[in-house]
Design a protein around this ligand. Structure first.
Ligand code: RNT
Ligand code: ZN
Length: 418
């Protein structure tokens, strides 16, 4: 227990109380938010099913920092270590390629039992599991098409992959007693201008509908569909565009996934939540950081992130939104990448909670835009950091950059030897 942290919190609490903000309530609200940490930051999105396969699908990881997790066991150890310095109880997102098995099994043959060790690990850690079918990094996606392929054999293979991912997600939900979000992202598209933009989309609708046919209780799993503007090598046409999946989610009662890196660089994704949610079942977010393009940089506490959490909090959207992370950087310690991204997302949420929202909404309704501007600007320099530090201390996780020392020790003892 660090007295300075406690004292600073007490003073901060007084400052917030003076403007009608209850810091205890803000902390309680933050505790309830589950992030979904993406397992693939730990091994550069390679997975363990196909050791010789390179990453495809128009996404890429740069860097070769030592310590990449080479097995499920190593990945679980790394995730446990990272989760231990992130306050709160969270979830982890898997992908088909992270199955834990010695069997020679293809993506379409995966069954819940191949993920048994993940469920055991999740129970031990007290975390939930989300799922993603893998529709890339495979010989059968070499043409650049999967579920939207014109070749029925190819399409049928990927339909089986989708069905298998739903069974696995259903198993996660049942075993862990919390809904597992099963995210669908497929890379299908063309490098150059297509003639026919409609047929691939019609095929994608049919494939998805076929995958969703079997009824699985929603308490266990629900599907989310992730659109994209473009990928590298797929610059001219993406079958699963935003409008496509937004409409699919709305008409099929699924979640719409918004990845922060998948839009035009100046688009503000936080503006989309309140436009979709009055009509839709819910959202899945892939919080990421695009730098000039969908570069998947580690999430930092920047304006884009603050706008995301502010919208979720101010418009009361947290109950209908799953907050997943999605970035991959191999130029730095991979655990540090997870920790920075997750802690910053939580910090941004806390900032959003530490705000006199009702007061601001009232000012806005009354046309007092002067107060709206003045107060929101002053809030930016309120002592939210003292509340964050206190929350970390109370949650038994390192305060400030102390976590880095722990990760450095782990790097020296474990990662460097890999
Ligand atoms: C790709 C999508 C997708 C992937 C993961 C690995 O652009 O963002 O979510 O990053 O499935
Ligand atoms: Zn994504």
């Amino acid at each position: 227990m660090n007295e300075t942290v406690t004292q600073a919190y007490k003073l901060a609490k007084e400052r917030y109380t003076a403007i009608g903000v209850d810091t205890e309530k803000a902390i309680e609200a933050l505790k309830k938010v589950k992030l979904s940490l993406h397992c693939w930051q730990g091994d550069d999105v390679l997975g363990y099913l196909f050791p010789d396969q390179t990453l495809t699908g128009g996404i890429s990881v740069s860097g070769n920092y030592p310590g990449r997790a080479r097995s499920v066991d190593e990945l679980q150890k790394d995730l446990s270590k990272a989760l231990a310095v992130i306050p709160g109880k969270h979830k982890v997102q898997l992908h088909s390629i992270y199955a834990d098995t010695d069997e020679k099994v293809d993506l379409n043959e995966l069954e819940p039992r191949h993920f048994q060790s993940w469920v055991d690990w999740a129970k031990e850690q007290g975390v939930g599991l989300d799922m993603n079918g893998t529709f890339f990094s495979h010989p059968k996606s070499a043409s650049g098409f999967t579920l939207a392929s014109a070749d029925k054999e190819i399409r049928d293979f990927w339909i089986e992959v989708g069905k298998s991912s739903r069974k696995i997600a259903g198993y996660f939900g049942k075993e862990l007693g919390q809904q597992s979000v099963n995210n669908f992202w497929i890379p299908d598209g063309y490098k150059d201008n297509p003639i026919d933009k409609l047929s691939p989309r019609l095929r994608l609708i049919d494939s998805l509908d076929e995958i969703m046919k079997e009824k699985i209780p929603e308490a266990y799993t629900i599907e989310a569909v992730e659109g994209k503007l473009f990928g590298t090598g797929v610059e001219s046409y993406t079958v699963g565009s935003h409008e496509f999946y937004e409409a699919y989610a709305l008409t099929r009662g699924k979640l719409w996934t918004i990845d922060a890196g998948h839009f035009h660089p100046t688009e503000d994704i936080s503006d989309k939540f309140s436009a979709f949610l009055p009509f839709g079942k819910g959202l899945m977010l892939h919080v990421s950081r695009p730098v000039r393009w969908d570069s998947d940089h580690v999430v930092i506490l920047d304006d884009a992130l603050i706008r995301i959490t502010r919208s979720l909090v101010r418009d009361n959207e947290l109950d209908k939104t799953n907050i997943g992370l999605d970035f991959f950087d191999a130029t730095i310690n991979r655990l540090a990448a997870w920790i920075v991204g997750a802690r910053d997302t939580l910090k941004a949420l806390l900032m959003a909670f530490l705000s006199p929202i009702d007061d601001l909404k009232k000012a806005e309704l009354e046309g007092d835009y002067t107060k709206r501007l003045a107060l929101t600007e002053e809030l930016k320099s309120y002592p939210f950091g003292a509340v964050w530090d206190y929350y970390c201390q109370e949650s038994d996780v390192p305060v400030g950059a102390e976590w880095l020392e722990e990760i450095r020790r782990y790097e020296k003892d474990v990662l460097i030897n890999r």
